[in-house]
Ligand binder design. Sequence first.
Ligand code: AMP
Ligand code: MG
Length: 487
Amino acid sequence: MKALDELTFDNRFARLGDTFSAHVLPEPIDNPRLVVASPAAMALLDLDPAVAETPVFAELFSGHKLWAEAEPRAMVYSGHQFGGYTPQLGDGRGLLLGEVYNEAGEHWDLHLKGAGQTPFSRMGDGRAVLRSSIREFLASEALHALNIPTTRALCVIGSDTPVWREKQERAAMVLRLAHSHIRFGHFEYFYYTKKPEQQAELGEHVLAMHFPECLEQPEPYLAMFREIVERNAEMIAKWQAYGFCHGVMNTDNMSILGITFDFGPFAFLDDFDAHFICNHSDHEGRYSFSNQVPIGQWNLSALAQALTPFISVDALRETLGLYLPLYQAHYLDLMRRRLGLTTAEEDDQKLLEQLLQLMQNSGVDYTLFFRRLGDESAELAVARLRDDFIDIKGFDAWAELYVARVAREGEVDQAQRRERMHAVNPLYILRNYLAQNAIDAAESGDYSEVRRLHAVLSNPFDEQAGMGSYAERPPEWGKHLEISCSS
Ligand code: AMP
Ligand code: MG
């Protein structure tokens, strides 16, 4: 375990120099205080969870104090936003404080979001509000607990500093951890500004730091692109399998590491709805739940375009062609497990599609359905679940196929089936209304609900005593929350 002043820095990105990022100091906030910290994320830096409660912790993670070796930088990038190219974005309110390496030798970027204005703030105030910081914190740690690749969140620090959104709110900061904060948009920036030397420098950095095994390949850039395609296909398969809707899949929000990145108006599905749009500002549904799959490919094509100086168009095309089949394979594999199937049959995809259509038509709770399916034997579970469906005849027909399909797997030990299914079917997910309850309490100064919710979501697969209310479907008010891009 380390004390806060014992972190070891190695600021490799900062050393790339001023073409890639600008030196900026954080602008402190008034009366910084701990809202919530993640002991699991602190462990990544070898920090004792107890130090979160010390005053110096809030001072460090609100930019009041800096480690002597920290080199805060705002990174430059660009990206395609809702399909259109924006030539310059960059860290408008977040700073890479530095790269820390832990005792296991892993490097972690310390990124402070909401740290004030930078040369890339455009018209923005450089701040993040408490509401959005809590949402990012809860979502990153919840996704991680579901085994979905994501940036991590160390803590949220609240303050008295007023900020204006639709109404007056309070500024907060979230400390984000990732092995890298490099986005598709970093490569796009140097490609479209026609800076091939700097683009190559960025490429060499990314290869050496994050894809060293690709350097052994005959075409390192191609091997790296393939790896990025593979990782994104897997990440998006997991989003779809668990009902996660990102909301703003712009290329500046896509990580080269294939991790879930930049949380805005995200949501987990309550009722299953393939056409669900979680971002209230996304009028055309570009980033609707089911569109995430083709948008993943669209974003990878945008990255491919930016990599044309390094890789032939034919090779890029061929590699892009791997995305959909890889996605399908990961998705189906995970959904088979969610259905409790241990073998593969030709018609499994059809069985799944039929179920999702029935769930869609009846507005069945996506998470609870799968959880309950594993509670009992296939026969008993479907008999209990059928009441949730409006089209009972349709469900019965599906249930008959499902029970027969499970029977073809041979003798099933019920206790084992339950354990196996519960290990992939969470009981608790970050429902929008749960986040909203925690935010409402935090905005009036009570942080206990955020902390409790975070603790529950850190163990989503294990039933926790006294936490039954966190597994419930949303109340009526909680079904229609409108979450916009404002943050
Ligand atoms: P986001 O929607 O958070 O992914 O941000 C898109 C771009 O807008 C990024 O370049 C952000 O840094 C920038 N941005 C978002 N909010 C603010 C803000 N309040 N102040 C300055 N820049 C911002
Ligand atoms: Mg962003």
